[in-house]
Design a protein around this ligand. Sequence first.
Ligand code: NAD
Length: 333
Amino acid sequence: MVPESIANRAGEGLRAAVIGVGYLGRFHAQKYARMEGVKLVAVADSQYERAMRVAGELGVEAVRDYTDLLAKVDLVSVVTPTHTHYSVAAACLSAGVHVLVEKPMTMTLEEADGLIALADKLDRVLQVGHIKRFHPAVNALESRGLLLRPHFIEAHRFAPFKNRALDVDVVLDLMIHDVDLILHFVDSKVTEIEAVGAPVVTGHVDMANARIRFENGCTATVSASRVAKEATRRMWIYQDNELIELDFIRNGVVLTRRGAGVREMDGIQVPVIEETSLPVIPHDSLEAEIHSFCQAVRKISPVRVSGRDGRQALDVVMTIRRRIAESGLGGAS
Ligand code: NAD
């Protein structure tokens, strides 16, 4: 049964829960607990001790079986392992609960279609946790309307090895972040994808490189590794007469353009090059993502990262994984 509408309980705020409070879910729970106009009602985890620990920290109810809390909430974050996203999110939507599901949205496109159809049918918000859309550097770029028509984008996301998300390859774990951002920035149909990748330590693909071509002529190359010496998260966007460089670790956005006049370099006249660093206002991306989800549930603003966006990113990364497998170099994926 679909629960009482939020409008009927005006003034009481949104009732939230987090399903899956492992590494990331605990942070989701902390954000809801501190958010104005929201009451974190409960956290659920099939490992009950985890639910108890986080619930104890935040002074809320702990449950083992998430279906026990669905009648008590308006919205949930689903932060369970990816292979469970479909079943958990589908049960929540069917109970009339709005869902923020972590990335990757689901394991298959059929499952993604199933969630989108359910959310549409029941008029529930379905948001996907592509958190980089809420990154301060992306905000700085988008709020100034500086992105015009990219011709070429290059993205590097390199991370030192960690004992996390080793059940999936680097494409589903890390590369998907840049794929989602690039699809958002280019906003054109993908026409061709080439990719290579290799297992290095886990038996799954640990480093990958993909070239994505778009109908409007833009090309993007994306590289991701989880066996790097140092963390690097950068993107270069080339458009007419301009290079935009984003640094997701240092919160930097630098514009490089041709300035007025010329200068001498090694005895010849070369154009003056202007580099401008944009002011980036630091903020917590997860808090911004969850706030945006709540605003969509309140119908104050549209969903920033919809189920269809999540499906599109999944479609591209699935093709990247297939291309790697076809290349015969990728090992198990
Ligand atoms: P994790 O293993 O640390 O936590 C998952 C938790 O879910 C565990 O505590 C587990 O017991 C619980 N769980 C499993 N099945 C359950 C069920 N049916 N009901 C209730 N609880 C259940 O994993 P994690 O690293 O926190 O990742 C969780 C999800 O978040 C993954 O999909 C991952 O891809 C995603 N993630 C996204 C980002 C990001 O940048 N957006 C970062 C990390 C993880």
